[in-house]
Design a protein around this ligand. Structure first.
Ligand code: ATP
Length: 364
């Protein structure tokens, strides 16, 4: 049921994380004011800076508290200079994924007019869905058998997770077709010709596809599919894959539509959603005031869509579309940050998006 106010948990994190989260909050507030709902925010510490002072990257209390918010907005967590004793980086976003069973990562890749791309394509608008809890990550916590001769990683596909994943993919294709006029097609990328686990994955995909006669479906082997993402990205609508194939696929898709500065994402289960830019904390540009806020602002639009779905709230859905349109007009006309060839600051771009949002509302 729709509400007049929604609670958002903020995890600004490290590096440019707080800068881009501030920008997204400015736009979310502008959207809420224009469309007549309200958002309240609670900010929590998580990441490498917290780890340096406390020895934990996210406290147990924060982990619990964020679960009761309507949605979570994360900036970026981790710094290359801050490492755990085993040499790995701080990544509370992976802990949150595991804690709340966020089994799918949604990564839209849309080419906005005005954004430079190295591929030859006019119209790219796809949604890559990556499974995030099993596949080639399934054995991440398996005991390591000490050996200098051979080490294995386990690839596991379960029916339960695959059915949820593919149902989500077909539901997303249906929603995109209805609300954005996309063609309505789901493509599975796999290695079913070699890996038994992937032959099983494909079988489950076909079972779920049969329940959605209005949505087209097809499969490509991951190698050929990866090439086509670069040579013919226009052919894709919703793309779905197991964990590691999906990880790589989503970065290729982000690359063809202009890079990390414009790539949003959402890690979701049926109950919880964490929205964040695909980029990391970018310590090389932190504090300079010129990080591109677009990826986080678009993640904020995904957050509004998520709330709209869960609460059947058409106002939030309209506001999400308005945020995307405002971003599109700013990317087309400028101002733009240096990663897109411009000279503008984070706040100049943010204010331009807010201005475009309020102008479009007045016109509507
Ligand atoms: P992680 O492993 O945490 O995802 P990463 O190693 O992929 O991080 P990023 O922090 O994402 O690295 O940065 C990669 C490059 O992209 C850096 O040069 C960084 O400055 C640039 N970059 C990332 N995000 C942005 C942004 N929002 N605006 C401008 N440049 C960015």
């Amino acid at each position: 049921m729709s509400k007049s106010s929604y609670d958002i948990a903020l995890l600004p994190g490290d590096g440019i994380g707080p800068e881009v989260v501030d920008a997204a909050v400015t736009i979310l507030d502008a959207a809420a004011a224009a469309y007549g709902f309200s958002l309240s925010y609670t900010s929590y510490d998580a990441g490498a800076t917290l780890y340096q002072s406390t020895g934990v990257s996210i406290s147990a209390a924060t982990m619990e508290a964020i679960g009761s918010a309507d949605a979570i907005l994360l900036g970026a967590a981790g710094l290359p200079s801050v490492r755990k004793p085993d040499g790995t980086e701080i990544a509370p976003q992976i802990d949150i994924r595991e804690h709340y069973g966020l089994f799918a990562s949604l990564r839209p890749a849309r080419l906005f007019p005005g954004v430079p791309t190295r591929v030859q394509a006019e119209h790219i608008d796809m949604l890559v869905i990556r499974e995030t809890t099993e596949g080639l990550f399934a054995g991440r916590h398996d005991p390591l058998e000490p050996s200098d001769d051979a080490v294995s990683d386990r690839l596991t596909i379960t029916r339960a997770t695959s059915e949820r994943l593919f149902t989500l993919a077909f539901e997303q294709a249906t929603l995109r077709k209805a609300t954005q006029g996309t063609p309505g097609r789901v493509t599975l990328l796999d290695k079913a010709n070699v890996l038994r686990s992937n032959a099983f994955l494909r079988k489950i995909f076909d079972e779920i596809a049969a329940k959605y006669p209005d949505i087209a479906s097809d499969h490509l082997y991951i190698d050929a599919g990866s090439m086509m993402l670069v040579t013919n990205p226009e052919r894709f609508d919703v793309v779905v894959s197991e964990n590691v194939f999906g990880d790589i696929t989503s970065e290729i898709a982000a690359g063809v539509v202009g890079g990390l500065g414009v790539a949003p994402s959402g890690d979701v289960s049926l109950e919880h959603g964490v929205f964040q830019p695909c980029h990391g904390s970018a310590p090389d540009i932190a504090g300079q005031g010129n990080a591109n806020p677009v990826a986080t602002i678009l993640s904020g639009a995904m957050l509004l869509d998520w709330i709209a779905d869960r609460h059947d709230d058409t106002t939030c859905r309209t506001a999400a579309a308005a945020v995307r349109d405002a971003v599109a007009s700013v990317l087309a006309q400028g101002p733009k940050t240096p990663d897109l060839g411009g000279t503008a600051s984070t706040s100049e771009v943010t204010h331009a998006v807010a201005e475009a949002l309020s102008t479009s509302r007045v016109r509507a």
